[in-house]
Each structure stands twice: as structure tokens, then as C-alpha cells.
Design a binder for this molecule. Structure first.
Ligand code: AMP
Ligand code: GLY
Length: 424
């Protein structure tokens, strides 16, 4: 089989490495991939949002199955276009990807179907939003409606900060059209859990839970990033909570999308907060999380491609989706200065015995050498029997990789370990 994976990052590298294990796979293409992915797939220089060219490539190269991983092409309708051209794909159609593409849509969906989430109001112009802020407690949360590279959420500590956020989104258009509408919502507290799930609209199978570390610096300080590391499973996500989430959040969401005529097929990501009043949805994503995928897929015992194809063919109930009892930790190595300014072009050395554990995000080949080209450069994942050992191993592997100005958090998994100790 010939497989096409659309996307450029560590998540896509993890998906490709997992798909590669299927012995029916003869060839994997990545659009556009990156310098590290090039070791596992043939990279094709086409933009991930250039749907016309993607379809053209897929047809011309007789692709048997495609995986659309990032939010942008999903929200733009890449799966619809590929399917119409006769190429079976993994990922939701455009009318279902709106669950991530519009926060107003997802909040209204949750309200309509009684799915627990933070209280909120929607605004279509700045002045009424600012008027409303006078009635809010702080901190309060201001969210741009559309996709904003994960930066469209501002936790405003004061009225003035919230007003600045509203003006920058709605008047200065810092996120373009994504800020035409905004959501202002109640600030929730509690541990965060990411739960990715496979669903074909009839069956929903949650994957092993995970914990992201979004801030740039140790102890959750510094700016928000695309994710500096992950662990799985997430110790806060107990069996009882998992059961509650299945009943109050996961199945109701799948059913709600069906009732709206927007059946979701693909990976539905639940960003949850375990509040004192129970689990609530912080956000939905219409795709695998990054860097959650880099810990979740290495723990998947079942064959990824088989599960994905079952989702596409709406027979997820027929396949086994099994995870190992172990634990995984992924440490993201970034270019120092990320997420603001950083230098590129430094050679990366990865010893051969570490390469299997590495998912490359921001690197390219220059003059035959792998060099950093992005803020988040790569992720290093270790899988072990327990979380403490997985964290130790991930850091031991990380120390074997070198590039100038490399930076990584030293405390990935620390909070998870503390939670495990509290439990005992
Ligand atoms: P998002 O881009 O939607 O993932 O939001 C980024 C981060 O903002 C989340 O991971 C949370 O840490 C935080 N966040 C979003 N909404 C809320 C909320 N209602 N209360 C508290 N924190 C929130
Ligand atoms: N790790 C969060 C995300 O993928 O959106």
C-alpha cells in the first residue's frame, strides 16, 4: 500500500513511524514532512493548505490511503476533497472539523447538548464584549473564535488585560478573521488531561490519557508554547473519571455531532479540566494532539493503520484498540528563545541508537546535514513499565542529542509523579 501523511511536525513523524510497522505498507509520502521525517518517508514539497495540489499528487501517485493530521487542512476540507477524488482518508470532513475550527460552534454545541464546559458568552463586536467584562470576575478567559496557532486564548488577570485582549483580537485583528467573533468564558481550575479518541461516528474508543506541558519554562512558568513535553498515562485521570467522561462528555459529543448532521470520523481530541465540580471540556481538537501523539502512539499495541482504516470504513467496533500497561514520556528539545526569537541552522547530532525514539518537528537537511529550522526541533520519547522510569529514560536519551542553543524543560512529568505519590 502507498500511504500519504499530510503534515510537517513531530506528531506526523510519530504517525508515520507507527504506520510504517504495518507490513502491507510499501511506501509512505509526507506532505511536506521535514528533514527528520525524510528518514522514514519521501517528503514532497507541497503546502499543507494547498488542497488542490495535494489531491493532484495523491491521484497521480495512486495513493491507497491518506492521513490528514493538522487542523488547517482539515478545517479547509482536505478530507472532503481527497474522498471525492476516490482516496480513502483518515480525518473528519470539513463540516465536522468545525468542532475545532470555531469555538463559538463548539461552545454552542456543548450548551445545546448539556456537555459540561465553562460558562461563556459570545460577542460579535468589541464594545458589547467590553461592557460585559465589567460584570466578570477575574481571571477570565478571552478566546478568538477561529484557529490561531494555539495562541488565541488569553487568560486575563484583570479587567484592563481582558479589554486589551478583546481589542487586539476584534479591532487590531492579530489573529485575522479568527478574531471576528470571540468567546469570553469563566476561568476554571484543576488538573488538565488530554484524551485523544478514535471515532467513526458509531463507536468511540478513547486512547490512553496524557498530560501536556504548555509553558516554556520549568514549574509551568514562561510563555505558552505548542507543548514542551508530555507523559502518558495521566495519573489524575482515574478509572472512575474515565467512566464519567465517557458518559457525560465523549459519547454525548459523538451523538451531538451526529444529531447536527456533522458525523465526526477521525481522531477527536478532548482537552479536559478536572474541576472541583467534575470534568469539563476546555477545548475540542479535530485531530491528534502534538506532542500528545508522541507518547500515545508508542503505547498503542494495535496496528495504527488497521484502526485508521476501520474508522474510515465505519467498522471501528470490529477492531481491537489496545494500549500497553506501560508509561511514556516525551521531552521536547527546542531552539533556545522559543516561542519568541531563536536562531536556526545548527547541526543536530542524533546517535543511531537514539533515532528510534526521536520525532522530528523543526529540522531540515542542508548540505547533507540535519539542522534546526524551527522553534520546537524534536521530541524524544521513552517507553518503560512505569512513569518514573520513562521520565528518567527520556532525559537520558535527550542528553545524547546535541545542537547549539538547544533548550528543554527539566521537569516534564514532575507534576504527574507528584500526583502518583499523593495517590498512595
Ligand atoms: P486552548 O488553546 O483552548 O488549548 O487553551 C490553552 C490553554 O488555556 C488551556 O490548555 C488551558 O490551560 C487554558 N484555558 C483555556 N480555557 C480555560 C478556562 N476556561 N479556564 C482556565 N484555563 C483555560
Ligand atoms: N497539545 C495541544 C494540541 O495539540 O492542541
Amino acid at each position: 500500500m502507498k500511504i500519504l501523511v499530510i503534515g510537517n511536525g513531530g506528531r506526523e513523524h510519530a504517525i508515520i513511524k507507527a504506520i510504517k510497522k504495518n507490513k502491507d505498507v510499501e511506501k509512505i509520502y509526507a506532505i511536506a514532512g521535514n528533514g527528520g521525517i525524510a528518514a522514514d518517508a519521501e517528503c514532497v514539497t507541497i503546502g499543507v493548505k494547498d488542497i488542490e495540489k495535494i489531491v493532484e499528487f495523491a491521484v497521480a501517485n495512486k495513493i491507497d490511503y491518506a492521513v490528514v493530521a493538522p487542523d488547517d487542512p482539515l478545517v479547509l476540507g482536505a478530507v472532503d476533497a481527497l474522498s471525492e477524488a476516490g482516496i480513502p482518508c483518515f480525518g473528519p470532513n470539513k463540516n465536522a472539523a468545525i468542532i475545532e475550527g470555531s469555538k463559538v460552534f463548539s461552545k454552542d454545541l456543548m450548551k445545546k447538548y448539556g456537555i459540561p464546559t465553562a460558562k461563556y458568552e459570545v460577542f460579535t463586536e468589541a464594545e458589547s464584549a467590553i461592557e460585559y467584562l465589567k460584570t466578570c470576575d477575574f481571571p477570565t478567559v478571552v478566546k478568538a473564535d477561529g484557529l490561531a496557532l494555539g495562541k488565541g486564548v488569553i487568560i486575563a488577570q484583570s479587567y484592563d488585560e481582558a479589554v486589551d485582549a478583546v481589542r487586539s483580537m476584534m479591532e487590531d485583528k492579530v489573529f485575522g478573521k479568527s478574531g471576528d467573533n470571540i468567546v469570553i468564558e469563566e476561568f476554571l481550575t484543576g488538573p488538565e488531561v488530554s484524551v485523544l479518541s478514535f471515532t467513526d461516528g458509531k463507536t468511540l474508543v478513547p486512547m490512553i490519557s496524557s498530560m501536556d506541558h504548555k509553558r516554556a519554562r520549568d514549574n509551568d512558568e514562561g510563555l505558552n508554547t505548542g507543548g514542551m513535553g508530555t507523559v502518558a498515562p495521566n495519573p489524575y485521570y482515574t478509572e472512575d473519571i474515565a467512566k464519567e467522561c465517557m458518559e457525560t462528555i465523549f459519547m454525548p459529543t459523538m451523538n451531538a455531532m451526529n444529531a447536527e448532521g456533522r458525523t465526526f470520523k477521525g481522531c477527536l481530541y478532548f482537552g479536559l479540566m478536572l474541576t472541583p465540580k467534575g470534568p469539563k471540556v476546555i477545548e475540542y481538537n479535530c485531530r491528534f494532539g502534538d506532542p500528545e501523539t508522541q507518547v500515545v502512539l508508542p503505547l498503542l499495541k494495535s496496528d495504527l493503520l488497521t484502526v485508521m482504516q476501520a474508522v474510515t470504513e465505519e467498522r471501528l467496533d470490529e477492531v481491537n484498540v489496545e494500549f500497553s500497561n506501560g508509561a511514556a514520556c516525551c521531552v521536547i528539545m527546542a531552539s533556545d528563545g522559543y516561542p519568541t526569537a531563536y536562531e536556526k541552522g545548527y547541526e543536530i547530532t542524533i546517535p543511531a541508537d537514539v533515532a528510534d525514539h526521536v520525532y522530528v518537528a523543526g529540522a531540515e537537511i542542508k548540505d547533507g546535514k540535519l539542522v534546526n529550522s524551527g522553534g520546537r526541533v524534536l521530541g524524544v520519547t521513552a517507553v518503560e513499565d512505569d512513569l518514573r522510569t520513562a521520565i528518567k529514560s527520556a532525559y537520558a536519551l535527550t542528553e545524547k542529542i546535541h545542537f547549539a542553543n538547544a533548550y528543554y524543560r527539566k521537569d516534564i512529568g514532575k507534576r504527574a509523579l507528584a500526583a502518583l505519590t499523593e495517590e498512595k
